[in-house]
Structures are given as structure tokens and as C-alpha cells.
Design a protein around this ligand. Structure first.
Ligand SMILES: [Zn+2]
Length: 41
């Protein structure tokens, strides 16, 4: 019996959003996925 973990397919750095929400307002593009929100291969 195997338990399958939930696999997140997007960028774990920005939670697949492609950007970070800044505390002071606005957003910054994620440098890890270049704003695509996708995980690097
Ligand atoms: Zn990212």
C-alpha cells in the first residue's frame, strides 16, 4: 500500500503565482521561475 503525496507542479518558491506579494504593496516577479509560476526542470 502506497500513499501518494500531493505533488505541487508549480514553482514552490512563489507557490506557482510567478510573483511575490510585497508587504508594502505591489508585487515582485519571482526570479526563480521568471514569473511563469512553473517549476524548473
Ligand atoms: Zn516562482
Amino acid at each position: 500500500m502506497t500513499t501518494k503525496k500531493y505533488e505541487f507542479n508549480g514553482c514552490t518558491y512563489c507557490s506557482g503565482k510567478g510573483y511575490f506579494q510585497l508587504l508594502l504593496g505591489g508585487s515582485e516577479t519571482c526570479s526563480c521561475c521568471s514569473g511563469t509560476g512553473k517549476k524548473k526542470e
